[in-house]
Design a protein around this ligand. Structure first.
Ligand code: GDD
Ligand code: MG
Length: 352
């Protein structure tokens, strides 16, 4: 079975972090985001090929995953000539696949949904398409999906207006599709699976089945959700590397150097080759990427620092995000919810 990972979006809501690092490879602790999805797909015996549907900075994504041999899976890259939207991209990546269903994943979701159960349901119900749903508090930013008591999908409304919200189940961004149904998507045309294909399945009364998952689910596409995903893994709300079996603890790379007078509060993560100087404090929920340097008496209070970032003496960094190789000089004070692009420089005593 072919699995398609939709990973061609521009990641605009995560800018400036995604200017040099496309969303599929933004680091989650010390691994690229898509690695988690690839690992899950590899564990499914039915999946023999993973197709990455790319558009934005494809060469940067290929450089990270190569041919997949390091992940133990056959990886293929498909780059659309121009962004074709979610439906157009699926059609383009599926090519002339026939016969067996295709598994599709939005390339920015973390989920514990049981994929084997999803495939079973799709077969048992002889569905033409099966979609995973997840309950959320506010469906406005997602695709709202209403179902019948027998599990068929009754309505699909992408980014619903407040008066259209009549339930709390949304599209989790995971589908099983019979390839023949992609005939309703025009070739080489911008086409949304959410606004075009799903509504047309409903209008034609095709067997379109929902699989409601009550497990963990998050879309990492905004700074707040990106930080939330890290906290959830650290707390064990979502069981994933490198905190699987170590929830609530501090995960510190073997070759990180931490001065004995520095304070490290659990849970947190300190990556390979990082150095934490005397009197510094790494607060709970902080992520200090590989090769970061934290100066004397500096305090990291829940920030996520990508690899290569330097924090000077007496600086204080709140729960913010910093890209690769940033420089926060001595005595800088950074508040919460700030986002710094790669190579940002904040000079001494500045407040940001
Ligand atoms: N190849 C390719 N080409 N991929 C694309 C394109 C494109 O033109 N446009 C978007 N994608 C990819 C994105 O990289 C992402 O992985 C996925 O398709 C979904 O796009 P987003 O831009 O993240 O959409 P969203 O988060 O606003 O909404 C989607 O996801 C929600 C769940 O997170 C929709 O599918 C909603 O219905 C859903 O609830
Ligand atoms: Mg998204």
């Amino acid at each position: 079975m072919k699995a398609i990972l939709l990973a061609g979006g521009q990641g605009t809501r995560l800018r400036p972090l995604t200017l040099q690092t496309p969303k599929p490879v933004v680091p989650i602790f010390d691994r690229p985001f898509l690695q988690y999805q690839i690992d899950r797909l590899r564990a499914l015996p039915e999946v023999d090929e993973v197709v990455l549907s790319l558009n934005y900075q494809p060469e940067r994504i290929e450089a990270v995953f190569g041919d997949g041999s390091a992940s133990g899976v056959r990886l293929r890259y498909v780059v659309e000539p121009r962004p074709l939207g979610t439906g157009g991209a699926i059609k383009f990546a599926a090519g002339d696949t026939r016969g067996e269903p295709i598994l599709v994943f939005n390339g920015d979701v973390f989920t514990s949904v049981d994929l084997a159960a999803l495939l079973r349901l799709h077969r048992e119900r002889r569905a033409r398409a099966t979609i995973v749903l997840t309950p959320v508090e506010n469906p406005a930013a997602y695709g709202l999906v209403e179902t019948e008591p027998d599990g068929r999908v009754r309505a699909f409304v992408e980014k619903p207006s407040p008066d259209a919200i009549r339930c709390n189940t949304i599209n989790a961004g995971i589908y099983v599709l019979e390839p023949e149904t992609l005939d309703r998507i025009p070739a080489d045309t911008v086409f949304s699976i959410e606004r075009g294909y799903f509504p047309s399945l409903i209008a034609d009364r095709e067997p379109f089945i929902a699989h409601v998952s009550d497990g963990y689910w998050i879309d990492i596409g905004t700074p707040a959700k990106y930080r939330q995903a890290h906290a959830d893994i650290m707390d064990g709300r979502f069981v994933a590397a490198p905190f699987a079996g170590r929830a609530g603890q501090s995960v510190i790379a073997a070759d990180a150097t931490i001065d004995p007078t520095a304070a490290v509060e659990a849970p947190c993560f300190i990556g390979a080759g990082a150095r934490v100087a005397a009197g510094a404090r790494i607060g709970a929920y902080s992520v200090v990427g590989a090769g970061c340097r934290i100066g004397e008496r500096a305090a990291i209070a829940g920030a996520i620092l990508w690899p290569g970032t330097t924090v000077g003496a007496d600086a204080r960094i709140g729960a913010s995000l910093a890209g690769h190789d940033c420089r926060f000089d001595a005595a800088v004070e950074v508040g919460v919810d700030r986002v710094f692009g790669d190579g940002s420089i904040v000079t001494e005593y500045s407040r940001a």
